[in-house]
Design a protein around this ligand. Sequence first.
Ligand code: PGA
Length: 270
Amino acid sequence: MRPAIRQKYVVGNWKMYTNAAEARRLAKAVVDGMNMEERVSVTLCPPFPYLALVGEIIEGSRVALGAQNLYPEKEGAFTGEVSPTMLLDLGCKYVILGHSERRHKLGESDAFINQKVKVALAAGLDVILCVGETLEQRKTNQTEALLDRQLTLGLADVPADSLMGLSIAYEPVWAIGNLEHHATPQQAQDAHAVIRHRFGEMFGEKSAQTISVQYGGSVKPDNAGALFCRDGVDGALIGGASLHADQFLAIVRAAISMSQTQENTADTAA
Ligand code: PGA
């Protein structure tokens, strides 16, 4: 039987970096470097103020637009917030939710993230739900319980028919923007297996086999290949390296080459 081939993702999370000129330059460089590559789904998530200008640059290309957050209401008196409808209006296909910086620096709870996930999916946005443990939690062997909790609460009451619009990003908090602590490919593979297992318990084995799980946390051109060839690692969510077009494109190329290898292996096994 042909093994399941899942969609590979490479997503650039620009966080609160760039200005208009840099955003324009970066988006253009990524589009030019991508050509019409179809194997890997590439998404740029600029800060809110630059969504429109990046959207114009990537129009007609294979690069998709994503937002870094949203507020879970269609409209209303929510000063400073941005709704899913507004993001769709700007051409966003994706939204990152539950990023550890929003959990830990802005105090977002699992319940609030769950509200966002449901509203985003119902609106027609594709959700990248981030989960991941702190260093303390890893050191005290709480990684599995934490991933279990974040998935259970974050995906509570998500309708099964909206799962097509969902992917998970495993982002160990201790590996994000960190030169000293990197997750090894084995640590990533193990955590992805935990996530897939829990996802299967919640939504069934078939959904567990089709859900894409990306890894995030100091992914660079020199470690991307080793991560992508691990079982169950379906791409990457990239912060720092996504601010450099050459690095980001090198990671995209690593994902493309891994995807080619997997297709060849699957054809041989079929
Ligand atoms: P990093 O960020 O690649 O800079 O570690 C990843 C993220 O926070 O999504």
